[in-house]
Design a protein. Sequence first.
Length: 558
Amino acid sequence: MLSHLSIRDFAIIDRSELQLDAGMTALTGETGAGKSILLDALGLVLGDRAESSSVREGAAKAEITASFSIAANAAVADWLAALDFDEDGDCLLRRVVSADGRSRGYINGRPATLAQLRELGEMLVDIHGQHAHQSLMRREVQRELLDDHAGHAELLAETAEVHRRWRRLERDYAELRAAAEQREQRIDMLRYQLQELDGLGLGSEEIENLDGEHARLANAGRLLDAGGQALAQLYEDEYSAHGLLSSAAQRLAELQALDADLGEVNELIAGAVIQVDEAAAALRDYLGRTELDPRRLAFVEQQLAALHDLARKHRVAASELPALAERLRGELDELEHADASLAEMAAGLADLQARYAALAERLSAGRKAAAARLGEEVSEYLQALGMTGGQLAIDVEPLAEDKRAAHGADEVIFRVSANAGRSPQPLARVASGGELSRISLAIQMIASRYRPVPTMIFDEVDSGIGGGIAEVVGRQLRALGTRCQTLCVTHLPQVAAQAHNHLRVSKEVVDGAARTSLQALGDEQRVEEIARMLGGVEITAQSRAHAEQMIATAGRDD
């Protein structure tokens, strides 16, 4: 449960520290005092979007910190441990919003994303805003409430995934069929292009070698002339390198007999003579293989011209033509086997449609069973909430085939009868604001049995009702507080008097600026607050006595 809340520089709150207890806590205050600011701050630390207007005017940042006791919440403890947020059994959420609108979130002191704050927040707190009952008018909200009651989370996720795959394959199938008319023309074009590319008979390595051969053939005359000159200088001229080295070697050999130290020099020169001999032999072989071949040169130039023409045609480099051919070959193969692909897609579509139909049927069966249970339970609560003869009936009707969606093939319709003897009609047609509020409260009271959320917050869900009905609503909220921590923002003394704990919101002007503060009320302060809610501006002895009686009466049924 929520044990502590710290708010600093948020909206018109300067600083506020709250210790919260188990049971039902009422949050009251004058109209406009800012009762909902507490919930806004809590929503922010639980992952709501932040705006720069959240920061109190003149402050650099707003900071909200919420501590939760999770000793009895194994699911939250496991979640924290799985994401490395666990810290000795603590659960501390913090949100900082700068005046420029940027925000940061933390879980147990470690940086966290908004998605992580929201995911964790949904396990800790269930907030029902003051207009939540109005959302009951929407069919999708009615369906979601029924699915929550039925425990359909996993089944809905599986249905949505199959539906997504089905629709995506359906689009791919339609696109492939639409392209069938242009397929033959494209096949002819691809075959022609591949015939041109394959006609060259060249791969990446051959293209590279062709460039090298062209360079040799185009410069054959120069290579022969320069090579012949080099051979003469190495071996054949009168003063060739070979002749000079041999003469030097002979003289040193004679001198070596006089001084042995010349042996090393003589060996080096002898090695040089051998190197020159080998170089001359290799050069002689190269010149013997090199010849002027105009016909071969013309052929190579023709090949290169064809390559570059095709490269320009396809707007790629010549070296990329082999890779292009492989891509075109792959496309041609796909198009030539398109009939097989269409048949395979059709089989896949039929399989996904059958799987979706089976899942949708399971959803329908579960919804119909849950609709009967939820309708009966809500109807019982409506009697307790003063709607004598009130009845909620839930219809699960099939959608048209073209309307079937990720959530299944059903339309869920809540029908209500506010009075005995009247047949249930769609909620939007017959329910007043007060009736909607009570229906919403009844549903949430029932939902609390099935959803393991330790803290539930209601923001003026008692709007539109009063008198004895308000007292009944308060009793129900108090009973809910015995099962989970319950916070209720209310303007009704009959509801506030039923609370186990009481917080008052006050607004005052400090240095020309409005400031909101939150205060936990003791017994005497609580009597004063209930009396104010009963009597208005002037609090009389009679209103105090009435407040004392209401508070004393509240705990008798515990």
